[in-house]
Structure formats: structure tokens, C-alpha cells
Design a binder for this molecule. Sequence first.
Ligand code: 13P
Length: 249
Amino acid sequence: MRTPLIAGNWKMNGSHALVDAFGRAFADAALPESLDVAVLPPFPYLDAARRALADVSVQLGAQTLNPSHAGAHTGEVSGRMLKEFGVGYVLVGHSERRALYRETDDEVYDRLLAALDVGIQPILCVGETLEERDAGHTFDVVLRQVGHALAPLEPEQRARVTIAYEPVWAIGTGRTATPEQAQDVMAAIREYQSGFDPDLAQAMRLLYGGSMSAANAAELLAQPDIDGGLVGGASLKVDDFLAICHSAR
Ligand code: 13P
């Protein structure tokens, strides 16, 4: 059985007030028992979030990391530093970083390795643009992104990777993939992983991301290959995020 994971990616949003609101809301929330929840605030709020969430079962995540552990990389943050702040998950290859900061598949792989190296669970984000979907290239694009990151890994490393399928056209647009569209791609990711190791493929956690909301989470999370959600906009509203957590039973 795979334990569902609901992760809130705040992107470049949030405030001390939001961190406090999460701390208060989760202190009172009776979450489903077999559920992992993570909050991924921007770097400056990590320590405050760690303190606010210390007594509740919410883990901490980060949105990126530098491939190096230390050195002359002005403005960057390393996995080793994130580890010191109690970070358990880190995103790599988010489509916004691929598009806005031109991160290539090679760089995504280097960041993935850096996370594995320091013992932080990477969440590898993959997904096609609308043009790629319309041209019938969805599976090629997604499996290329997955393969580039996973193929060179040792089996032990592969087992520690979570994959988030986030169709780019569904991110921040209010246009969600249908449960069937998401399921088809995510089944293909699991199938691809089976080529390395069928047991590992069954154990691997796959998240859906892209306009997930309190209204549509339950039907997405009911799909056999969807083990959780990577939530953007709706993770900034405590009540909506809690409602999504409750959908993951
Ligand atoms: P939205 O939920 O705002 O569409 O964002 C999804 C996402 O990019 C999460 O990483």
C-alpha cells in the first residue's frame, strides 16, 4: 500500500501570517491517519514553518536546491542547508523552473542527485505543454523527462524518488486534467518504472499537480495510479488545503 502524500507548493507566495495560520489550523485538524502532508514555503519561511508545525504531523519541503553542497554560488541554497532546517522533500524540475530559469534535463538530474546525496526525498516534476499535448507528444515528453532523471540512478536511489505529473497547461489555469487524462499518463510512468523493477514501480508514489482544488481532489485521488497531490494555489488557503488532505483517504 502506498501512503498518499499531499504537498502544498506555495511558490513565491506566503508570509509569516500564513505560516502561523497553518500552524494553528493543523494543530486542531484531525487528519486521516495514513496520510503524509508536506508544506513547501519559500526559503525564508522554512525555519518559522518548522517551528509552527513542530508538534503536528506536517513535514517540511523546499521548492528547489542547488546541485552543489557549498561554494561560490551567490544567491543559491544547498541541500545540506535544507537538511539542517529539517526539510524532508524538495521539488526538482518544476515546470516553472524549467521554463523561467531554463533548467535543462541535465540540471534537473544534478539537483535530484544532490537531494538524494543529503537524504532529502526529491519530488521530480514532469509534464507536457499544451502544444506538446495537442501535437500528440504527451507520453514522449513525460517519459523522456522521467527517463532522463531515473535511468542513471542506482535502484536504491530510484526507490527514494517521488514523481509529480503536472501538465503545464493545467498549472495555475483552473483547467484541471480530467481524472482519466491524469490516470493515463501516470499509469504510463508507473509502467515505465516497471521496466527497471516491478516491485519498485508498485511502491513508487505518483502525485498529480495542476489546479487541484477542494472540489476536484477526491475524483483525482480516486484514480488507481494517483497517490497524492502537488497543490499550488489551493495550498495558500488553509481551509482548501485541509479539505484536499481530507479527500485523500
Ligand atoms: P496550481 O495548483 O496553482 O495549478 O499549481 C500546481 C503546481 O505547480 C504545484 O507545483
